[in-house]
Ligand binder design. Structure first.
Ligand code: DC
Length: 227
């Protein structure tokens, strides 16, 4: 099966994607980390983020690898481990800008399709159920109120000893949502047949339980229909 998880920043996609992949024994693909890797490569090579052609060339030549178990996934760029570097606010902002460039998306979507082609995979992102795998077996759209998403992100940042205020986090998340949802190419949107889960008042465990229930049902239906 192919399991797609989409939703805005801070909705818990990666935590839940990892949990589901572990539970199912599937591969986990964090597609946002690929846009972040392109953003880092562009920043490091002093490529203007407004120069679509130049950023597209950076994406084309970037050797991005995702390796390891869902819980210890490492991201590398041209052989260098960049797992920590891509988590800064600067890279988050730049990734949202470069992900609006159609040629960058074409390059990464093609790679994501190849990575997931064999199935038994969980992918998280913004366009998995709408563009990358519109025929995914299960599609989730995870969301939560902006205040709640910012609060989760702020707690994570504090744990990582980042010097940010809650207001800055909320402003960043809101700006990123706006850009990701209003871009012309593959904006964040709820896919047809997606199961929408608003986790504002739910714990991670409660969301995971709901997701696993849906997945097991689909799995059972799939098995019955192929007998
Ligand atoms: O999920 P994330 O915060 O790591 O994603 C970083 C940026 O990449 C985010 O602003 C939106 C973009 N993105 C995208 O456009 N399509 C995806 N499939 C995944 C991420």
């Amino acid at each position: 099966m192919i399991i797609a998880i989409d939703g805005p920043s801070g909705a818990g996609k990666s935590t839940l994607g990892r949990m589901i992949a572990r539970e199912m024994g599937y591969l986990y693909i964090d597609t946002g980390s690929m846009y972040r890797a392109v953003a880092l490569a562009a920043l490091e090579s002093n490529t203007s983020l407004n120069d679509a052609e130049a950023v597209a060339a950076v994406a084309e030549s970037a050797d991005i690898k995702l390796e390891g178990d869902p819980d210890s996934l490492r991201v590398s760029l041209n052989g260098r481990d960049i797992s920590e570097e891509i988590r800064t606010e600067e890279v988050a902002h730049a990734s949202s800008v470069v992900s609006a460039i159609p040629q960058v998306r074409r390059t990464l979507v093609e790679r994501q399709r190849r990575m997931g082609a064999h199935g038994r995979v969980v992918l998280d992102g913004r366009d998995i159920g709408t563009v990358v795998f519109p025929n995914a077996d299960v599609k989730f759209f995870l969301t939560a109120q902006p205040q709640e998403r910012a609060s989760r992100r702020y707690k994570e940042d504090r744990l990582r000893e980042r010097d940010v205020t809650f207001e800055e986090t909320l402003t960043d998340i809101t700006a990123r949502d706006e850009r990701d949802s209003t871009r012309e190419d593959s904006p964040l949107a709820i896919a047809d047949n997606a199961v929408v889960i608003d986790s504002t008042d739910l714990s991670i465990e409660e969301v995971a339980e709901r997701m696993i229930t849906v997945i097991r049902e689909r799995q059972a239906n799939k098995e019955t229909s192929t007998i």
